[in-house]
Structure formats: structure tokens, C-alpha cells
Design a protein around this ligand. Sequence first.
Ligand code: PEP
Length: 249
Amino acid sequence: MRKQIVAGNWKMNNDLAQTESLITALKNQAKTTDAEVMIAPTSTNLWAANNALKQSSIEVIAQNMHFAENGAYTGEVSASMLKSIGVNTVILGHSERREYFNETDELLAKKVDAALAKGMRVIFCFGEELADRKAGNEETIVGNQIKNALFHLGAAAFQNIVLAYEPVWAIGTGETASPEQAQDMHAFIRKTLADKYGNDIAETVSILYGGSVKPANAEEIFSKPDVDGGLIGGASLKAEDFFAIVNAF
Ligand code: PEP
């Protein structure tokens, strides 16, 4: 069975005190599902968050990393640095990184390689913009994002890859893909994987949906057969809302 995952992307929110208090609130929530739970605080708070959650089943993950091992890359952090503080999973390719930091598929391929080489798990994000969907090009865009950044990998690499379909028009906008739109795209993504790597691999890769998931819509989205969980932005900043989504499975 594929892993069900709910990951909270805190983005550039929460200083140290706020991180500690949100973690305390998260620890007070009861998990009633088997879903794996992850939170991605800012890089300055990964260490504190990881220490605070040592005895918990919530995994602390990073929002980004550089592809180089070390060197003259001011402001960046490497896979080794993340590993050295016990962070073993990283989000790569988030649309905000693509849009505001000009991250291309080619750059992301290098980041994916660097993370996998260090034994990290990658949550790889992609998704079309509104204009692409209006033009009916969403599958072409998504297919190319996956192929360009991931299809140089061998099949075994997919043991450490989680995919996250995040239509850009649904991120932080309050507008969500309908459960049917999410299912259609997830099925297309799984077929794209199956065409390249075979059904057995495609069936094992978890595909998360991201884009204005809330307690009110999580259950219906998660009920779709190819939706294996969610990458949650805004709603992950409130412990009760986040766990309502975790418990929606
Ligand atoms: C995200 O940033 O990955 C995201 C899905 O954000 P939101 O849930 O706020 O749309």
C-alpha cells in the first residue's frame, strides 16, 4: 500500500517562539489515522523543531536546499547540513521557488540528485498555472515538469520520491481543484510514471495534492483513489486545522 502523507509547509512564517508554541499545540492533537505527518518550518527553526519533536511521530522536513555540498553559495543550505541536524526529507520545486527564485526544471534535477545522493527523501512539487489550465495544457505542462526533473533517475530512486501536484492557481488563493480535477491529474501523473518505469513503480509512489486544502474539503479530496495525501500551506499554521486534515483520511 502507498504511504498516506500530510505535510505542512509553513513557508516563511513563525519565528522561534511561534514555532515552539505551534509545536506544543501540534503535540496536543490526537492522530486518528495512519497518515505520516510532516511539518516544514523555516531553516532557522529546523533544529529546534526537530529537538522538540524527537519523541513524536511528526517528521520535521526542509522547504528547500542547494544542490552543492558546500562552498560559495551565500545564504544557502546543503543536504549534508540538513542531514547533520536530523532532517531527512526536503521539499523541492515548490511553485514559489520556481516563481520568485527562478528555479527551473534543470536546476531542480540537480537538487533532486543531490538530495537522493545523501539518502534524503524528496517531496517534489509541480503544477500548472491558471493560463495553462484555461488553454487545456495542464497535462503537457505537468508531464514536462516531471520528465525534465525526474526522468533521468533510475526506478529505484522512486522509493525516496513523493510527488506533490500543486496547481499554481490553487495555492494560497482559497480556490481548490475539485476532487475530480485532482483525481484526473493524479491518474495522469501515475500513468506518466507507469509509461516510463512500469506499473509496479507507479503504484508505489505517493502523490499528494496541494492547493487550499482545508478541514472542510480534505476528506473529499483524500477519498480519491490516486490522491495519497496533501501538502498543506495556510491551514498547517493552525494545529487544529492541520490535524483535522490529517484525520480526514
Ligand atoms: C503550499 O504552499 O504548498 C500550499 C498548498 O498552500 P495553501 O494550502 O495555502 O494553498
